[in-house]
Design a protein around this ligand. Structure first.
Ligand code: TZP
Ligand code: MG
Length: 220
């Protein structure tokens, strides 16, 4: 089956192994960053707009929807369940202080993929109990992309948590996030991570297509 098929939610394969996280810089808008990622080859795009009101996020989400459709990519809306519902995005991603997953599930319906952030084992258990379809676990290392970063996990933190996942018999796909570069992927996959989320490594790449290729090679 193809990654991203929500009919296959019981199989980890419906979640892509590479999640691109949008960002804006002095010279680049969220839409610019998404275009860059799509042109590089990314098929799973998270629109992550911070410090803006819902009314401002909605038009960006519509533009992102059109763009992702053109490239056959899946769009995940971060933080804004009502925006995800309005544009009928493929997915919705919720942080620990955002709307709880069960409440969001009632709002957006069964079909939409819902991911949740976790920083600790307790968060992971909470996400699994809430019925999150995948978990974004981090941060791997320090990054300027996110403000108010939680404690750094490092490779050892991931190894410990993934061991706990196996011991508890949990199979929810876990995506590592935070300062990840292509060189980190091998170790993270070995630790049992399903995949990685990246922003800066692609946005800041001299040749995003080449970086995407390196990522793909490492994710195999
Ligand atoms: N959550 C934890 S770290 C992070 C988010 C959204 C930012 C990831 O971006 P980058 O540039 O790959 O560190
Ligand atoms: Mg959030």
């Amino acid at each position: 089956f193809q990654p991203g098929d929500p009919e296959k939610k019981d199989e980890a394969g419906f979640v892509d192994r590479l999640h691109f996280i949008s960002n804006e810089t002095g010279t680049m808008s969220h839409i610019d960053s998404i275009r860059l990622a799509l042109e590089a080859g990314c098929q799973w795009i998270q629109l992550r707009v911070k410090n803006r009101a819902e009314e401002e996020v909605l038009p960006i989400a519509w533009e992102a929807t059109q763009l992702c459709d053109r490239y056959g990519a899946r769009l995940i809306i971060n933080d804004f369940p009502r925006v995800a519902l309005a544009v009928q995005s493929f997915g919705l991603h919720l942080g620990l202080t955002d709307m709880p997953v069960p409440e969001a599930r009632m709002l957006v319906g069964e079909k939409m993929v819902i991911g949740g952030t976790a920083n600790t084992w307790d968060d992971i258990v909470r996400r699994i109990n809430e019925g999150a379809d995948y978990i974004g676990l981090g941060p791997f290392r320090f990054t300027n992309t996110k403000q108010n970063l939680s404690p750094i996990l490092g490779i050892d933190g991931y190894r410990t948590l993934m061991l706990q996942m196996r011991e508890a018999g949990h199979s929810t796909p876990i995506i590592a996030i935070g300062g990840i570069t292509p060189d980190d992927i091998g170790g993270l996959r070995e630790a049992g991570l399903h995949g990685v989320a990246m922003s800066g490594a692609l946005i800041g790449a001299t040749d995003p297509q080449k970086t995407f290729y390196q990522i793909q090679q490492a994710l195999c």
